[in-house]
Design a protein around this ligand. Sequence first.
Ligand code: NDP
Ligand code: 13P
Ligand code: ZN
Length: 359
Amino acid sequence: MGPEYFKILKNKVFDKSKWMQLPRDVVIGHDALDQIPRVLDDLKIGRNVLLLSGPETMKKVGSRVAVLLEDSFQITTEIADTISPASIASIEAAGVRSDVIIAVGGGRVIDTAKIASFNLDIQFMSVPTAASHDGIASSRASVSTENGSSSLDAHPPVAVVADTGIIADAPHRLLASGCADIISNYTAILDWELAHRLRGESISEYAVALSRMTAEILVKDAPLIRPRSEESAWIVTKALVSSGVAMSIAGSSRPASGGEHKFGHALERLAPGKILHGEACGIGSIISMYLHGGDWKGIRDSLRMIGAPVNPKEAGLSDQIVAQALIRAKEIRPERFTIFDMGITEESAATLVRMLYQE
Ligand SMILES: NC(=O)C1=CN([C@@H]2O[C@H](COP(=O)(O)OP(=O)(O)OC[C@H]3O[C@@H](n4cnc5c(N)ncnc54)[C@H](OP(=O)(O)O)[C@@H]3O)[C@@H](O)[C@H]2O)C=CC1
Ligand SMILES: O=C(CO)COP(=O)(O)O
Ligand SMILES: [Zn+2]
């Protein structure tokens, strides 16, 4: 290898450039909600607040945030009961004069605020009311489209304020769904590695390591995860933030979203409102891990220990719908290559569902 080689190598290294955006303030803990005014003051981002929440979460938590802010901030409130290009446009119209959007709710509310604030070029604060998904700190946003689902470029929250008392008080099903979203990182990574080896897709070792470590810690702590426990809320929320950071490092949702997510998005479309995001991805992760030749029973048992559904019956769905989602997974985001893009047929889907979900 002569000097020319090193010159090329050196130029290659210096050509490379990457921009990672991460939250600035992350507050997780007991009565963290009370810290919101202090966090806003710390960030110095203005006094006009658009407070966005969901129908249920506005009653339970959003209204408390309004009371905390009413003396020192101008507040406009909006409800996000669906997420679609039209609902996002309407939130953007409501926020044209706002300095910051505070999103108080689940993944739908947080993703809506993420996209609207990005388009308005203002900051947003993420105030999760449930530990149900790993979008609470990520820079990505997911929106259902006519073709399935899109993962959009957005920006991460400037701050995350996660009150473990509120999160522990949410229905346990939401916490279990967040755990399943994290457990599905195992198969998301296997799919990313597969796409790297087979298709030359670029991969980030740091994002892979962080995403895998997050899933491993959560599975190790699974016996501690119980309903209505603030310690459990703490364990899961930290994992969700960590997984979101992995996505920010990658600059895509790849470290946390593979074939099991494509399956999950297909299932959410086939059975709208019946299954939570993380629940759907957890069920998909069992089949994905089996096809990757890994410890699929380990995935299933961890999901079961946490209280997430592990088969169609527990999710209140028919085997046929789940098999359909398996077949249609490849139609969701086709550019994202995964094990479910390698030739699942009607027959193999039905056999997999029968075989893997019977115990
Ligand atoms: N951007 C990203 O990286 C990621 C995005 N996502 C996205 O997030 C969404 C899924 O989020 P998820 O939270 O599961 O779904 P939702 O936001 O739809 O929330 C599910 C339900 O839980 C309710 N809820 C939330 N908190 C509480 C509480 N404390 N007490 C009682 N009810 C509560 C909500 O109420 P209400 O009706 O008030 O909203 C809603 O009815 C999907 O759109 C998914 O695509 C998921 C993972 C990653
Ligand atoms: O849900 C995600 C990670 O858990 C990311 O969402 P997408 O599957 O839409 O990229
Ligand atoms: Zn997810």
